[in-house]
Design a protein around this ligand. Structure first.
Ligand code: AMP
Ligand code: MG
Length: 395
């Protein structure tokens, strides 16, 4: 047992086989969740012109405080033509061009209107003026290669004038459930059957990892059907199978992979849950044979598959993002396998406190609903005490 690879050893083997996929241009409205493959630079200064941060009056600071003649207006998208002379003011709205000659904006709350004049309070030069290029200058990077685009990145790229960006190709990942007992949700269950859930979890995990799930039809524990389905999946960037990788007579996935010339890199890892995970490669395709128990599948994805997807997409430093926390209560350690516990996190004073859920067995997927963290309990003798520092992954 001790010769099984550790989590880190298995992960290193996975990452050694995960080469970045090619790149493609992606329209900005499709780019959320994707990984940039090239630095994206602003096409314009942002703001593109000195603009007002307030509704009010654009003035020359040197004229304030004072009573100024209102000579026109600048509203968003409709600049004032001409330049402001001494003793003059213009009505200005938020986001409108601050005209030549003006160097400050007095908010409307600090003014009194008098016919064609306005009495304004004192203003320093630059007051409520957003300078041109104050956010970013044309040509400067907005987001860097290897970063995953979230809402603020996508917004920043659009604001910088980019209609499309160069991203890593989204991995296309086959998802295959195996097991004669599996029925799709919604169908009636016959004796001995259960609902197939792993491919739904996996599809959600894949979406959150920027990958495209390609669902393959569930197969019974039948050699020919299993092999045919796996053969289809081997045409994609990655194939994830669910179930059928243990040592029972109906566990057919590894045999099918071998028959299809996929080279097994490892089978079984010193981790609980998820021990029977298999990893194989065929040409450019990575294959993860995940154990059937729903929690094992969930955990193995986070430990091995998500980092592999990051590597395929050229993410900077792929790998599980371990965070520091402390245990809420004492936890027994497993002597030979590192263990991952589903837990609920709370932030208390200066630490994230992790409370393991009741019901850690690997079939208990519904108990997982309350978990927002996976806590790593390293193998060893005895217990970890309440308050012990641990690493965890955010779910
Ligand atoms: P296996 O790894 O095929 O031996 O399956 C282990 C356990 O997980 C068994 O109780 C299976 O019924 C269950 N299981 C396997 N595949 C799935 C699936 N896709 N969805 C839900 N449970 C599954
Ligand atoms: Mg099975």
């Amino acid at each position: 047992m001790s010769e099984l690879p550790s989590i880190d050893e298995a992960l290193a083997l996975v990452l050694a086989h995960a080469q970045p996929l090619g790149t493609e241009e992606v329209a900005i409205d499709e780019a959320a969740g994707r990984v940039l493959a090239a630095d994206a630079a602003a096409t314009v200064d942002l703001p593109p012109f000195a603009s007002s941060a307030m509704d009010g009056f654009a003035v020359r600071a040197a004229d304030t405080p004072g009573r100024l003649r209102v000579v026109g207006q600048s509203s968003a998208g409709r600049p004032f033509e001409g330049s402001l002379q001494s003793g003059e003011a213009i009505v200005i709205s938020t986001g409108a061009v601050v005209p030549a000659g003006a160097d400050a904006v007095v908010p409307v709350e600090s003014t009194t209107a008098e016919d064609d004049r306005v009495v304004v309070g004192a203003a320093e030069p630059g007051l409520h003026v957003r300078c041109r290029g104050g956010d970013v200058r044309a040509g400067e990077p907005v987001a860097l290669a290897g970063s995953r685009l979230g809402p603020s990145q996508v917004g920043a790229l659009a604001a910088s004038g980019l209609a499309a960006v160069i991203c890593s190709r989204a991995p296309r990942v086959g998802v295959l459930a195996t097991g004669s007992e599996l029925r799709a949700p919604g169908e009636p269950l016959e004796p001995g059957q259960i609902y197939e859930s792993n491919t739904y979890t996996l599809a959600a995990q894949l979406a959150s990892a920027g990958a495209v799930a390609v669902r393959l039809a569930t197969v019974a524990d039948d050699e020919g059907a299993t092999r045919a389905a796996i053969e289809q999946g081997l045409e994609l960037d990655m194939l994830i199978t669910a179930g059928g990788v243990s040592v029972g007579p109906h566990d057919l996935v590894r045999g099918a992979l071998a028959a299809l010339s996929a080279r097994e890199v490892f089978w079984r890892v010193a981790v609980k849950p998820g021990k029977p995970v298999a990893f194989a490669v065929r040409r450019g395709t990575l294959v993860f044979g995940l154990p059937g128990n729903p929690v094992s599948s969930l955990v193995a994805f986070e430990l091995f598959v998500r980092p592999a997807l990051e590597a395929l997409q050229g993410v900077h430093e792929p790998g599980p993002r371990w965070l520091p926390g402390v245990l809420s209560e004492a936890v027994n350690r497993n002597g030979v396998r590192d263990e991952l516990l589903r837990a609920q996190s709370t932030v208390e004073r200066d630490a994230v406190v992790l409370e393991p859920l009741v019901g850690q067995e690997s079939h208990m997927i519904v108990r997982s609903v309350a978990a927002d963290a996976l806590v790593l309990v390293p193998r060893g003798d005895g217990a970890l005490a309440a308050g012990a520092p641990v690493s965890y992954l955010r779910l």
